[in-house]
Design a protein. Structure first.
Lengths: 326, 309
């Protein structure tokens, strides 16, 4: 078991490195950091632009191989390079990471748990009111792009605030500027900012998981082992949770890894619309600003997330399925 | 009731859902699938809405007074009216014409991309499953690598490539990041089909591998591939919307539902018609595709429980 996990982890690690390198090379050849200085009035002298770009390791006159070499030697020392503005990518990633992770983890955890519970309940109540209600909800959410969903939630929040006459749910940013985040007030303020974006991500996860969990649970409900469990004296609810849910959870573990990558893209839209300065925003801005090093940094972050999710899904799979003894 | 009697009854209105199955040997598989599909009312509704949307998107430009690239300099930001059914934008474009144009783009991108990605997935999955060995290892590593690479980022970086060219490149890129999971499933299906007698028989008769794949293996998972292509249509339309929202997808002066939503998301409160009409059509489109996909799954899957819909 341990050997299997270590080998798996090593393989995933190689994939992360490959993905980051590919992203860097693509960005370095396709993006043009020089455009930042073009069209300025008066035009800055070419020599000084060259000097600035050279210092940031972004000069397109230096061969890609040489820039790549410098970038790699930096990354090997744990330095992801500098942004086009001259800041450190490490610092940006370090600060923004937590903003995004807060959204992602809450959305993914709450969403997957509620989704699994909802899907299982839906299967037990097949073709009755709760099942129809949840199916309708899931169908509507899965048919709505996250961008539209986020805008709808935001406008609903603004409508609610207008209705109440005071601001219950904030729709921009993660904290009111100037508030001390350590204080009690700061904490409630953060919470008021957090509700709507988390709800967006949660809705998507709930819709996604409940559909799959419902069909997985339906497969299990008719099985012989569940009847046997009841025959040996378990109550129906006990049998359902202990034997039914556990078996039906196994295919979900595989979806977990895949869903996490999708969730990050969803978080990008959510952050952009709710004005959070997280990784998602960094991700979009790095491309519009032709920020080569930032692109590679973001790719590394996403790839590591997918790796952790993939690894977790392997572990969950192995724990849940007694047949997996590697 | 004997079999002859049953066939004289219109199969669509058969009261007993299981009856359709009993007649199965007498009808072709295509008719059976069509019959099962039609019995699902929601799926039929989805198909009807989808057909209507198609007709609306492609036929309405011939009857509306305004085209998507025409400016009405007398109407800036006007709410929906008799002349401009969905209102106008800040610069005087007709929102209805824009939405229809966007719908056309979304439909064509979704359909083309889905066909491309399912075809790619089928080929890669079948070849890697059938031949195994080094080819299998290489293809599976590519699949894993593409799963780890953030597709959104790569397509966005490459967006200058199709900025001045045709949007076909964009569709191809979207498809290139959509096929991996399907390829894995196809590989699994191939591994089990490979051991079946008819495939073995073909192999022992000396039929080359690529022909066995095209003649025997892929046709035997046709149901799965059709369902997958349907799912991909909506996935690709949603991916297009996301990329176009940030300006990395369809480029102006052309429009898609994604660019329309992106351009007008900020105005959703002040000028709701600019945001809600394209968004509404998008949701309707995806919803009907998903309903059709669900109906197809039930109709094509021989193990699916038949229920009166």
């Amino acid at each position: 078991m341990a050997k299997f996990l270590v080998r798996r982890l090593a393989y995933l690690g190689v994939l992360v490195v490959a993905a980051t390198v590919i992203a860097y090379l693509l960005a370095a050849t396709q993006l043009n950091p020089r455009s930042r200085y073009e069209g300025r009035n008066p035009p800055p002298p070419e020599a000084s632009v060259d000097a600035i770009l050279e210092e940031l390791n972004l000069n397109d006159k230096t061969p890609v191989v040489e820039r790549f070499g410098r970038w790699v030697s930096g990354v090997a020392r744990g330095d992801l390079g500098r942004t086009v503005e001259g800041g450190s990518v490490n610092e940006e990633v370090g600060r923004r990471m937590w903003v995004s992770l807060r959204l992602l983890l809450l959305g993914a955890l709450l969403g997957s748990c509620l989704g699994v519970a909802g899907g299982a309940y839906s299967a037990i109540k097949q073709y009755r009111l709760p099942d129809y209600a949840l199916t309708l909800f899931a169908f509507l959410i899965l048919s709505t792009p996250v961008v539209v969903l986020a805008v709808l939630y935001k406008n609903a929040g603004i409508g609610l605030n207008n209705l109440l006459g005071f601001t219950l749910l904030y729709t921009t940013g993660e904290i009111t500027p100037g508030l001390d985040s350590g204080s009690w007030e700061g904490l409630t303020d953060r919470l008021q900012h957090l509700v709507l974006p988390t709800l967006v991500l949660m809705s998507v996860s709930i819709a996604f998981y409940s559909r799959y969990q419902r069909s997985a649970m339906l497969d299990v409900l008719g099985s012989d082992f569940l009847r046997t469990a009841q025959a040996k004296g378990l109550r129906r609810s006990q049998a359902l949770v202990k034997h039914g849910l556990r078996t039906a959870l196994i295919p979900m573990a595989t979806f977990f890894a895949y869903q996490f990558a999708l969730l990050f893209v969803g978080a990008t839209f959510t952050e952009k619309i709710f004005g959070w300065h997280g990784m998602g925003e960094f991700f979009v801005d790095s491309i519009t600003k032709n920020d080569v090093n930032a692109v590679a940094g973001v790719t590394l972050f996403v790839a590591v997330l997918v790796l952790i999710a993939g690894f977790l899904s392997d572990v969950i799979y192995a724990t849940l399925d007694p047949r997996v003894r590697v | 009731m004997d079999t002859a009697d049953r066939r004289s009854v219109d199969p669509v209105v058969l009261p007993d859902p299981a009856a359709g199955l009993d007649v199965a040997p007498a009808v072709s598989r295509g008719r059976l699938v069509a019959r099962r599909f039609v019995r699902r009312r929601l799926a039929l509704l989805g198909l009807t809405v989808l057909t209507l949307l198609f007709a609306l998107a492609y036929l309405s430009p011939f009857v509306t007074p305004w085209q998507y690239n025409e400016l009405d300099t007398n109407a800036f930001l006007s709410p929906p009216s008799a002349t401009h059914w969905f209102g106008t934008t800040q610069t005087g474009f007709d929102m209805f014409a824009l939405t229809m144009r966007g719908l056309q783009k979304s439909l064509i991108i979704g359909l083309l991309g889905a066909v491309m990605s399912t075809a790619l997935a089928a080929l890669v999955g079948a070849f890697s499953g059938y031949f195994g060995g080094a080819l299998n290892t290489i293809l599976l590593t590519i699949v894993d690598l593409l799963l780890v690479l953030p597709a959104f980022l790569i397509i966005a970086i490459l967006s200058p490539l199709f900025r001045d060219h045709t949007w076909i490149v964009f569709v191809f890129l979207l498809a290139a990041f959509q096929w991996m999971i399907t390829a894995r499933i196809v590989r699994g299906l191939t591994l089990s089909l490979k051991e079946r007698e008819f495939v073995k028989a073909a192999r022992f008769m000396g039929v080359p591998g690529w022909r066995i794949i095209l003649r025997h293996i892929l046709p035997n998972m046709a149901s799965f591939l059709i369902i997958d292509a349907t799912v991909n249509v909506s996935a690709l339309i949603l991916a297009e919307v996301g990329l176009s929202f940030f300006g990395f997808g369809v480029q102006p002066p052309d429009v898609s539902l994604g660019t329309l939503i992106g351009d007008h998301a900020g105005a959703a409160l002040a000028y709701p018609w600019q945001f809600y009409f394209p968004s509404g059509f998008l949701v309707l489109l995806i919803l009907s595709i998903n309903l059709v996909g669900d109906g197809l799954r039930d109709a094509l899957d021989p193990n699916a429980p038949v229920r009166s819909g």
